[in-house]
Design a protein around this ligand. Structure first.
Ligand SMILES: C[S@@+](CC[C@H](N)C(=O)[O-])C[C@H]1O[C@@H](n2cnc3c(N)ncnc32)[C@H](O)[C@@H]1O
Ligand SMILES: [Zn+2]
Length: 356
């Protein structure tokens, strides 16, 4: 009997892994040995089987500490997509975190996107021509797939960053925005992400940072209650809260600083004034839920992030305050090239770093 059974295999909707899966060298998260697809499951030589349900290989069970995110992304599947808002908020954030050099060389690069949610950044990475492996621990993968179906440029798996189904050090870029602060131990998560970066490749991340305004608001108290609810009840509670309070926030916009102290509803009037009223409201529903039901919420300073990445052996470490707190990127040192290695063994992104 397979140890990792996650329900009956159903491969009707997603990518047909049996036909071709040249993009991904799957490895058993427990043994590190290659996984082979029979169309219904990926199996390892030690009899582990990871079923492919709805075309998505499942390496973890749904219902983890991140379950509320799964429900969130299924309910608010399109809210933050640039193609939905008509703005470039996700594009600009991704570009800033990756840096111009990597951004301009994403075409054909192999990118591992961790904690993809509904895919606001999947959209951006695919549009830049990258080959993207999107993973998330929850059924957010269904939302990502509904938005950006798998094809030769895009693969999705339900997996935990701490136990990824890859051999390691194989991706040109590892991209993880909006996630690390929601994991049990952020430093462990950063280490696991960095482990997937190939020599000379890039890791781009962000993290919440300490903000006095948060601790002076009502959000921590309300969150202490809501994060204990089931995913379903948490969604209902925040939905009711925003429905009730949004008219006040919307009408009394000029008192928003005061309102943000007393009301736990999350607004973007200051951060993203370019969003239309309709999108401001939609983002308030989504991010009030996101901010008040997350199981883990950690904060780190710019310096702490910088040190954590340097301690991993990363080079070209850059960290700055921006976006949702601290944004950072770094590289794994490039290995010295053998004089005999053909030039095309190096990817576009790796070549960039060794030339720099
Ligand atoms: C706040 S959401 C951000 C989603 C997306 N990156 C975005 O910015 O819209 C955090 C996501 O990280 C996922 N996540 C949390 N811990 C994870 C882990 N250990 N492995 C994989 N995904 C994880 C959650 O399921 C959730 O979808
Ligand atoms: Zn195995």
């Amino acid at each position: 009997m397979p140890e990792h059974e996650t329900g009956p295999a159903d491969n009707r909707i997603g990518y047909d892994f049996a036909v071709s899966d040249s993009l991904t060298a799957w490895a058993c998260p427990d043994h590190g040995t290659p996984l082979h697809s029979n169309g219904a499951a990926l199996t390892c030589e030690h009899n582990h089987a990871f079923f492919i349900t709805n075309g998505i290989p499942r390496f973890v069970q749904t219902g983890s500490y991140a379950a509320s995110f799964g429900s969130q992304w299924l309910k608010y599947r399109q809210t933050q997509l640039d193609s939905f808002t008509g703005e470039r908020l996700s594009t600009d954030r991704a570009r800033r975190c990756l840096g111009e050099q990597t951004w301009s060389r994403l075409q054909g690069a192999h990118v591992l996107e961790c904690g993809c949610g509904a895919g606001r950044f999947t959209e951006v990475l695919l549009a830049q021509g990258a080959t993207v492996m999107s993973i998330d621990m929850t059924e957010a993968v269904e939302a990502d797939q509904a938005n950006f179906p798998q094809n030769d440029q895009h693969r999705i798996a339900q997996a935990d960053i701490l136990k990824l189904p890859f051999v390691g050090r194989g991706f040109d870029v590892v991209f993880c925005l909006g996630v690390i602060q929601h994991t049990p131990v952020p430093e462990q998560t950063m280490a696991a992400l960095f482990e997937q970066v190939r020599p000379g490749g890039l890791l781009a991340i962000d993290h919440y940072t300490y903000r006095l305004g948060y601790f002076l608001s009502t959000q921590p108290i309300v969150r202490a209650v809501l994060r204990r609810l089931s995913a379903e009840r948490g969604l209902k509670a925040t939905d009711r809260m925003v429905r009730t309070l949004w008219p006040i926030h919307s009408r009394l916009r000029k008192y928003r600083k005061l309102l943000n102290r007393v009301s736990p509803v999350y607004t973007y009037f200051d951060q993203f004034p370019e969003l239309s009223d309709e999108h401001q409201r939609a983002w308030a529903f989504l991010d009030t839920h996101d901010a008040l039901t997350d199981h883990y919420k950690w904060f780190r300073s710019r310096r702490q992030i910088e040190c954590a990445l340097s301690d991993l052996g990363a080079v070209e470490v850059e960290a700055w305050k921006g976006g949702n707190g601290v944004e950072a990127r770094c590289r794994r040192p490039a290995t010295r090239r053998s004089a005999c290695a053909p030039d095309d063994e190096q990817s576009a992104v790796t070549r960039t770093s060794t030339e720099a």
